[in-house]
Design a protein around this ligand. Structure first.
Ligand code: UDP
Length: 251
């Protein structure tokens, strides 16, 4: 069944947000190539549907800037954020090789210049790669500290004129409470941006939600661990929780 309210059928272009934690075994840190390969295989099948895919990659499996905020670390907060952005490049390199090993042409594009390992992010260049069927991996977030790769995903979805922002998570969508702690948490099928903000639901960071809301960019929050879900999300099928301006009543 096609998702209502967004173009029916397969999407033309999507931005897929993968957190760093999708690259490691549950509860662990670092990179598990078993996990990365699993994601790459799913993404390759989605790309075979003919959908243009840009991937914004997180870095939380390696480090997040916020962990260095304590004065005792002697690392300035902004430095911590730059370290976090560099972590996304490490993930991006792993994902690039995993995707190419399953036959997907890719480009790794970085918001911070790093010419030896990635090309600089230039919007029109990234769009051209997408048109040519290459998967573009977007590393280093926005290139600026104090935000997260969620904000980068919202920004890139807007500037690359994606049909939808696909937020891959370990749970089935957006719940009324943390489903890993509260067994009675309710899974929403659809939500409006306002509901997400008013109920303070943990979806993406507030800046990302605000940007999507302002420009009417739909967000689909879905479980990438369920077999076939990346393909389903990319092809516009109803999985997870859809967030858009006019949501049906939450259920
Ligand atoms: N980061 C940043 N600016 C950006 C994107 C990321 O400063 O535009 C830093 C920030 O410290 C963040 C870290 O990079 O915590 C890793 O990204 P994120 O936490 O979004 O990774 P994820 O949770 O998706 O794995």
């Amino acid at each position: 069944m096609a998702v209502t309210g967004i173009p029916s059928g397969r999407h033309r272009r999507v931005v897929l947000k993968l957190s760093g934690e999708s690259f490691s075994h549950a509860g662990e840190r670092g990179i598990s190539m078993e996990e990365v390969t699993h994601i790459a295989e799913q993404t390759a099948r989605a790309a075979q549907l003919g959908v243009e895919i840009a991937i914004v990659i997180g870095g939380g499996n390696i480090l997040r800037g916020a962990q260095f905020t304590a004065a005792s670390t002697r690392i300035q907060e902004a430095t911590g954020h730059y370290m976090g952005m560099l972590a996304t490049v490490i993930n991006g390199l792993a994902l690039q090789d995993a995707l190419e090993s399953v036959g997907c042409p890719t480009r790794l594009s970085s918001a911070i210049r790093m010419d030896g390992v990635a090309e600089p992010y230039i919007r029109r260049r990234a769009a051209r790669h997408l048109e040519k069927g290459r998967i573009v991996i977007l590393a280093c977030g926005t290139g600026s500290p104090f935000v997260t790769t969620d904000t980068a995903a919202a920004q890139r979805a807007l500037e690359l004129e994606a049909d939808i922002l696909l937020k891959a998570t370990r749970v089935d969508g957006v719940y009324s409470d943390d489903p890993e702690k509260n067994p009675h948490a309710v899974l929403y099928s659809e939500l409006s941006y306002h509901q997400v903000r008013e109920q303070n639901l943990r979806v993406m960071d507030p800046t990302a939600i605000a940007q999507c809301m302002e420009h009417d960019m739909p967000i689909l929050v879905f479980n990438f661990r369920k077999a076939g879900n990346i393909e389903r999300a990319v092809s516009g099928e109803k999985v997870g929780t859809l967030i858009r301006s006019q949501a049906a009543e939450p259920r």
